[in-house]
Design a protein around this ligand. Structure first.
Ligand code: C2E
Ligand code: MG
Ligand code: MG
Length: 556
């Protein structure tokens, strides 16, 4: 009677030949396909173990490998009964007690143990819904691939669905699950030999691409991926569109799994902060030596303490009156070693770790003090727009803190405006509506930023207490030569006017764009044509000089 119908490879790593002789002799009596190979070193043993589906390592204490290096079960070969056992050892055999029966039982036991451990490991490293690797599994796999492949040609993509959360809220969890499965099916279709896919969290995925030294080919593949994921999805008979943001990082000779995942994550955040539905290649120059979230948090805290943050102001021109009627406060970080950093390089990360909350209060406070400063120098009152992220909106102290800040600055709160993005207002819409109403009682007003890039329902928009709608730069850029953009911009302007909202066009860079917007009835424009965002003293000079004639149009 043999317990070993399926083969079990035995790999022996020992320095004396006695063990191999003894084992061979006993194995003869055990029977079954139990091939025994002798390894001269741990490297040899590992190769033999990796080559078999089911394998056991038999070794002496002098050769016992670290548990992280050996995934096969280990049987320790001893001269005497042990007092205790290292944790990585599954069973042991003592030379003068080694009968065929003892060996058979030991091998049967360790094989079961090995299989159980493998199943548990698979469960811990697999996403239950889709069956692909989860974050932990992917990390293990990535670390192994980086080791093996000497990091050559590996590219890591991190992918985040831009409006999955809204779709999930609107359609329910069950439909959300179906959607995730469809996304995974599309990702799998895109894989080539040697590539891997994983689900890192709710709507975050990772792809490991093999052989990607050729940047052009990588670019083409990523583009193809964006297109494939941008096709409509069908859930419960309804068609649905999802945007996604991709960050790409290339493995370098010194890359670790953690660093590579962090880089792909930063790049993904940068893609997202642009406008979504796009990808961003990680650029080392943007790394600034901040290798982890912890580094960044420490640096940002220091920046807040040491006053390294600054506000620049970008004016908004009214097309009806030809006057500057508002400003947008845009934060910058004057880093002691890396120079002036733009918000795209730190705001998304500050949002993630929650530091956006104190940073945001600093911005509001600074902006109101600067308003006061301008007033004291005789400038006409202007609306001051401050960007507010969803995370700040969730802060329970938002209302009392704002009350305190408004009080202490002595500013009429009617001049204060908060810019919220479409994506932010569509999230937890009831809660957002309530908070907006409460803030509205303080006198502040709201605008909807980056309009057109998110996912908003007309009905919800019409219920929100919003005063202005800001058309995203992506529709304005190149609109002179793109009739489709012109139609879209026209439609957005008429939609806003139907809702009694004023319209601001962002990113106006040419006179032609300005003229078209004027023709379409747009109320205000903001962009490099009028001015870039500038520090306060420069803004004061700009305001004193007045608006240049070409911007005023013929009617004015
Ligand atoms: P946003 O609110 O949509 O701001 C407009 C961005 O477009 C600014 O970039 C501005 O400099 C840029 N821009 C304006 N006119 C033009 C133009 O004619 N051409 C081009 N190419 N770009 C133009 P910036 O300053 O890099 O800000 C990026 C984003 O960072 C902002 O987008 C906003 O979402 C966020 N942000 C900035 N300051 C803050 C802040 O204090 N708090 C929060 N939560 N977010 C902020
Ligand atoms: Mg804005
Ligand atoms: Mg904007």
């Amino acid at each position: 009677m043999s317990a070993f119908v399926e083969p079990l490879r035995l790999v022996l790593l020992a320095d004396t030949p006695q063990w191999s002789e003894l084992l061979r002799e006993r194995l003869g009596a055990v029977g079954g396909p139990l091939p025994l190979s002798c390894a001269a070193s741990w490297a040899d043993a590992r190769q033999l173990l990796d080559a078999a589906d089911d394998a056991v390592l038999l070794t002496t204490p002098a050769h016992l490998p670290d548990s992280r290096r050996c995934s096969a079960p280990i049987i320790l070969l001893l001269e005497h009964e042990p007092a205790d056992m290292p944790p990585q050892v599954c069973d042991w055999l003592v030379r003068d007690q080694l009968s065929a029966d003892v060996l058979r039982r030991s091998l049967r036991y360790v094989r079961e143990q090995g299989r159980l451990r493998l199943t548990l490991q698979r469960l811990a490293e697999q996403d239950a819904l889709t069956g692909i690797a989860n974050r932990q599994g992917f990390h293990t796999l990535l670390a192994a691939r980086l080791d093996e492949q000497g990091r050559r040609g590996l590219a890591l993509i991190q992918l985040d669905l831009d409006n999955f959360r809204q779709a999930n809220d609107a359609l329910g969890d069950c439909a959300g699950d179906q959607l995730i499965k469809q996304v995974v099916a599309r990702l799998k279709q895109y894989l080539e030999r040697g590539d891997q896919v994983a689900r890192l969290g709710g709507d975050e995925f990772a792809l490991l691409l093999d052989r990607h030294d050729d940047l052009e080919r990588l670019h083409a593949r990523v583009q193809h991926l964006l297109e494939a994921l941008g096709e409509p999805y069908w859930v419960d008979g309804e068609s649905l569109l999802l945007g996604c943001s991709l960050g790409v990082a290339l493995a370098k000779p010194a890359s670790t799994a953690d660093a590579l995942m962090w880089h792909a994550h930063i790049a993904m955040q940068q893609a997202k902060s642009r406008q979504g539905c796009t990808y961003h290649l990680y650029d080392e120059r943007l790394d600034h030596g901040m290798r982890s979230q912890v580094d960044l948090q420490r640096e940002l805290r220091r920046a807040l303490r040491k006053g390294e943050l600054q506000l620049h102001y970008q004016p908004r021109l009214c097309l009806h009156s030809g006057a500057i009627v508002g400003l947008e406060a845009l934060v910058r970080w004057q880093h002691e070693a890396h120079g002036l950093l733009l918000p795209g390089e730190f705001v998304p990360l500050a949002e993630e770790c929650g530091l956006i909350v104190p940073l945001g209060y600093w911005v509001i406070d600074r902006a109101m003090r600067d308003m006061q400063w301008l007033r004291e120098r005789g400038h006409a009152p202007l609306h001051m727009a401050v960007n507010l992220s969803f995370r700040q909106f969730q802060d329970s102290q938002l209302l009392p803190t704002l009350e305190r800040l408004i009080d202490s600055c002595g500013i009429d709160s009617h001049w204060l405006e908060f810019e919220l993005t479409e994506t932010a207002v569509m999230r937890r819409s009831d809660y957002v509506l309530q908070t907006m109403r409460r803030l509205g009682h303080l006198g502040v007003r709201f605008s909807l930023d980056d309009f057109g890039t998110g996912f908003s329902s007309f009905e919800h928009l019409s219920n929100l207490p919003i005063a202005l709608l800001k058309i995203d730069r992506s529709f304005v850029t190149g609109m002179e030569t793109r009739p489709q953009s012109q139609q879209l911009v026209q439609a957005m302007i008429s939609l806003a006017h139907n809702l009694d909202l004023q319209v601001v066009a962002e990113g106006v860079e040419t006179l032609e764009q300005l003229e078209l917007l004027r023709e379409f009835g747009c109320d205000q424009v903001q962009g490099y044509l009028i001015s870039k965002a500038v520090p306060l003293p420069e803004l004061a000079r700009f305001l004193a000089a007045g608006v240049r004639q070409p911007l005023l149009g013929e009617r004015l």
